[in-house]
Design a protein around this ligand. Structure first.
Ligand code: BG6
Length: 484
């Protein structure tokens, strides 16, 4: 990392996201030596009227969980908490942001003489409704003015709008205030270890190069399941639904990396160019290739509308109109309150032509990338059943990270992405045209759901979701395989 004075401002510091994701990620970075106490200061900003000490104590309670027995860890935590200062103010208050700027300047002037460069990172752990006003305040009062070699960067969290129109409006508002180079639209799936691994596996292995196309691949599934409901977030969720919460962003980002062409180089812009291209090649979604669900009991939440039509489950088939993928269904599936918690990519190959072993009834070849839990990649293949008889079974070539990389701690997605922002690497962030292309795919469908053309089917919490989703999968050509 370049050296210099670094001010990290967490806006929405007293909220849930900051507590559960942002501060723990910052603490891990500090713990590993990426944030040096002589350079860094962390500012919390929010409306809640508490003191710096109160924020530190709240965070101590959360961050010390599981570390109670380690004096060394608790000592690190205390040192980290000492770096945090809190400023209270509303999100459109000139005085609040002037005060914040004063605090940042004080920190900078105490460090500048030794360190030179001043770097300011603003993390918006806030509801998007306040983005425009907060960004205006940052632009007017908190930009890094005095140091030409420094920078100001902004991390924004989804949802970036609710459809194409509102997202474009938000992009235009932020675009007037900041350069695209300063905006880091975070999608934490891009920070997951196995998501970051996708391009490597595809483009650095001779095995896959000739196979990764419509001639060999029958269908691709990208699946997200959670075994809990909207717990405590019903109000937010009811307004957005599973397509906006998971599919239009997290699963679509994974889809891009699975389906895009090889980039010219590893430069962030080259990679993002290819992602945009594949998104622009997606055909309009057909209503008959969508199944929606809502789990029983979802509407018991007081913050959810009693007539809610919001889907908590969706299966949507995307089809790409290009030479590589014509005719191959990409099945994106996400659901809350299902039977397990899992995110995986399942690439299913076509059957072996002229099959002399009659092995197809045991299942097709599959390449599975399990993003979580227990990161793994495995290939399902047919082998001779060990023993005297000559028959075949399905088995796995299995790379399970826990066994293979025992000594490596896999970093949290947020940790990695915050570090990328400090380094100025935008590869794993969503570019404005990419976001637009993503909304173009889903907006017509979302509007038709809102118009009541498509209704969610009920499903039991703890189940696989509506049976109709499995029927759609079978219709798309997916053949259930055995084993894993
Ligand atoms: C968030 C969604 O973006 O991702 C949540 O808003 C969801 O609804 C979460 O639970 C899932 O993230 P992860 O990393 O636990 O798969």
């Amino acid at each position: 990392l370049e050296s210099g004075c670094l001010s990290i401002v967490v806006l929405g510091a007293s909220g849930d996201l900051a507590k559960k994701k942002t501060f723990p990620a910052l603490f891990h970075l500090f713990r590993q030596g990426f944030l040096q106490s002589n350079e860094v200061h962390i500012f919390g900003y929010a409306r809640t009227k508490i003191s710096s000490e109160e924020l530190r104590e709240r965070l101590r309670g959360y961050l010390s969980k599981g570390k109670e027995d380690s004096v060394e860890e608790l000592d690190y935590l205390s040192k980290f908490l000492q770096l945090i200062k809190y400023v209270s103010g509303s999100y459109d208050s000139e005085e609040g942001f002037q005060l914040l700027n004063k605090e940042i300047l004080e920190h900078e002037s105490s460090k500048r003489s030794q360190l030179g460069t001043s770097r300011r990172l603003f993390y918006l752990a806030l509801p998007p409704s306040v983005y425009p006003s907060v960004c205006k305040m940052i632009r007017n009062y908190c930009m890094n003015q005095s140091d030409l070699t420094g920078w100001t960067r902004i991390i924004v969290e989804k949802p970036f709008g609710k459809d194409l129109g509102s997202s474009e409006e938000l992009s235009a508002q932020l675009g007037e205030l900041f350069d695209e180079k300063q905006l880091y639209r975070i999608d934490h799936y891009l920070g997951k270890e196995l998501v970051q691994n996708l391009l490597v596996v595809r483009f650095a292995n001779r095995f896959f190069l000739p196979l990764w196309n419509r001639d060999n691949i029958d269908n691709v599934q990208i699946v997200f399941r959670e075994d809990f409901g909207t717990e405590g977030r019903g109000g937010y969720f009811d307004e957005y639904g599973i397509i906006r919460d998971i599919i239009q962003n997290h699963l679509l980002q994974v889809f891009c990396l699975v389906a895009m062409e090889k980039p010219v180089s590893l430069k962030p812009e080259h990679i993002r160019d290819e992602k945009v291209k594949v998104l622009q090649s997606v055909l309009p979604i057909k209503l008959e290739e969508v199944v929606l669900g809502q789990y029983d009991g979802y509407k018991d939440d007081q913050t959810v509308s009693p007539n809610s039509n919001t889907p908590t489950f969706a299966t949507v088939i995307l089809r790409i109109h290009n030479e590589r993928w014509e005719g191959v269904p990409f099945i994106l599936k996400a659901g809350k309150a299902l039977n397990s918690r899992k995110a995986e990519i399942r690439v299913q190959f076509k059957e072996v032509p002229g099959d002399i072993y009659k092995c197809q009834k045991q299942g097709r070849n599959e390449f599975v990338i399990r993003l979580q839990p227990l990161e793994a990649m495995y290939m399902k293949l047919t082998v001779k059943k060990p023993g005297l008889e000559m028959s075949t079974i399905q088995s796995e070539l299995d790379l399970s990270y826990k066994q293979r990389y025992q000594d490596v701690a896999i970093p949290e997605a947020y940790e990695r992405l915050i570090l990328d922002t400090i380094r100025g690497d935008q590869q794993h962030f969503v570019r404005r045209d990419e976001l637009k292309a993503a909304w173009e795919i889903f907006t017509p469908l979302l509007h038709r759901i809102e118009d009541g053309e498509l209704k969610p089917l009920p499903y039991k919490p703890g189940s696989r979701g509506p049976a109709e989703a499995d029927q759609l999968l079978a219709k798309a050509g997916y053949v259930q395989t055995h084993g894993y």
